[in-house]
Design a protein around this ligand. Structure first.
Ligand SMILES: Nc1ncnc2c1ncn2[C@@H]1O[C@H](COP(=O)(O)OP(=O)(O)OP(=O)(O)O)[C@@H](O)[C@H]1O
Ligand SMILES: [Mg+2]
Length: 457
């Protein structure tokens, strides 16, 4: 299994060596010279194993170890020492380091030790309560995302899945609400039962009522036979009510009653029917605002909001964009028997920088279109739709997302900090590269990092 390994060493040669060796072993490697950036990186990403040098300026290996032990006790730390500082290494072992190796080491020696650490990390992950078979579940439901934000979502799904509590999934259009609702059903004890989905916006209120509750024969013109509603059909499973914010006030009352009493009647019927279902709802509208505005019942809102799973917009988890793009590329090239193999690095940069107002669905559509349009085995910038390349439009759509009233100076500072944070991540936390990307000097960058407290010190 692929692991995410962080290497810290102030000697460039060792960084390069380790990076090559570990990549060849099939791991994802982030190699940093500055241990403080390493700590910031730990904060931002899911690291499985840390390999750190003992003697570094700014922070020592012991300090790095202490920080990890305190904040990420599940991450195995491997210490590298120069010959002659073995005492310190032994001391580090006593403080919880996983292993140590002395420089210079043989490749085999290093690889063996890393393998053991990776095994341990995987076992830790397996036993950790929340992330229990996370990877498998990702694969199973085709949910892509290694970002912290997405992991947090899956943790919530894990925690919520076993219970029968009503769950509300919120998020902008295209963020994956339905996907998450399904994942919740299929990770629950009801997974063998049905997953029934109803879009509350697609149907007019009258039709929706009989769709939900069913009707008796002759209850209205056209009701030629008794019909079971979705509440009945979902028996033993999950009922997913999408776009719940669109529900009429009248149906809100009826839904509230089902939630309180767990029984209902078919339209035109008198028999009370009780069902064993779990209700999951979704909304891309702010329901709390709808409550304020008096168009959504407050009592119903609280009933629905027992478990709340907010989905992050794609622009808030840009590190998932390349993964998602690759996932969709695979999907569409399989469909079309296409010869397209990948994206150029420049395309990935554009995709990662774009605002994605339509979130994952929009990205999916863009990739599909690119696969069709590509004149070559690589998707190039020419193949991208204009909105993604248009800087003016990008700025405008970015500005449109800001609150209507704001303080100019404060906002500019926030934007500056956000841009620096993004560049840091994009440059793999290499300051020189980051400064270059931003078109500023390294010393100015360092000043700004301090100003915005971006290095973790
Ligand atoms: N994390 C993800 N990994 C893989 N595919 C995803 C992910 N999130 C969303 N998708 C895909 O993006 C598309 C949109 O997702 P979905 O329909 O669940 O979004 P939604 O939030 O319900 O959107 P809407 O508000 O427009 O109904 C689907 O094709 C879904 O499979
Ligand atoms: Mg949806």
């Amino acid at each position: 299994m692929l692991s995410n390994i962080l290497v810290l060493d102030d000697e460039q040669n060792y960084l390069l060596l380790l990076e090559t060796l570990l990549r060849d072993e099939g791991h994802a490697v982030t190699a940093l010279r500055d241990p403080e950036l390493g700590l910031a990186f730990l904060e931002e990403s899911e690291v499985d194993v840390v390999i750190t040098d003992m003697k570094m300026p700014k922070l020592s290996g012991q300090e790095v170890l202490a920080h990890i032990q305190k904040n990420y006790p599940h991450i195995p730390v491997l210490i590298m020492t120069a010959y002659g500082t073995i005492d310190a290494a032994v001391e580090a072992m006593r403080h919880g380091a996983f292993d140590y190796i002395t420089k210079p080491f043989s490749n085999d020696e290093l690889i063996l030790s890393v393998r053991k650490a990776v095994q341990l990390a995987q076992a830790q992950r397996r036993y950790s309560l929340l992330s229990e078979n996370f990877e498998q579940r990702y694969a199973l439901h085709q949910i892509i995302g290694r970002s912290k934000a997405m992991r947090r979502v899956l943790e919530m799904v894990d925690r919520a899945a076993p219970s029968k509590s009503t769950a509300l999934i919120t998020g902008e259009s295209g963020t994956g609400k339905e996907l998450i609702a399904k994942a919740m059903h299929f990770s629950s004890p009801r997974k063998k039962g049905p997953f029934i989905s109803v879009n509350c916006m697609a149907l007019n209120p009258g039709v929706l009522e009989s769709e939900l509750f069913g009707h008796e024969k002759g209850s209205f013109t056209g009701a030629v036979a008794r019909k079971r509603g979705r509440f009945e059909l979902a028996q033993g499973g999950t009922l997913f009510l999408d776009e719940i914010g669109e529900l009429s006030l009248e149906l809100q009352v009826k839904l509230l009653r089902v939630l309180q009493e767990r029984t209902f009647e078919r339209v035109g019927g008198t028999e009370s029917i009780s069902v064993d279902i779990r209700i999951v709802t979704a909304s891309n509208k702010d329901l709390q605002a709808a409550v304020q505005a008096g168009i959504f019942r407050e009592d119903l809102f609280y009933r629905l909001n027992v478990v709340h799973i907010p989905l992050p917009a794609l622009r808030e988890r840009r590190e998932d964009i390349p993964l998602l793009a690759a996932h969709f590329l695979k999907k569409f090239t399989a469909d079309n028997a296409s010869r397209v193999k990948g994206f150029t690095a420049e395309v990935i940069d554009y995709l990662t920088a774009y605002e994605w107002p339509g979130n994952v669905r929009q990205l999916e559509n863009v990739v599909e279109r690119c696969v069709v349009m590509a004149g070559n085995d690589m998707i190039r910038v020419e193949d991208l739709p204009p909105e993604i390349k248009d800087e003016e439009a990008q700025f405008k759509s970015a500005v449109d997302l800001l609150p209507p009233r704001l303080n100019l100076a404060e906002t500019l500072e926030k934007i500056e900090a956000a841009l620096i944070r993004r560049a840091l991540a994009q440059s793999g936390f290499v300051q020189v590269k980051c400064a270059d990307m931003l078109g500023i000097s390294k010393s100015l960058l360092q000043y700004k990092l301090k100003k915005y407290k971006l290095t973790g010190n």
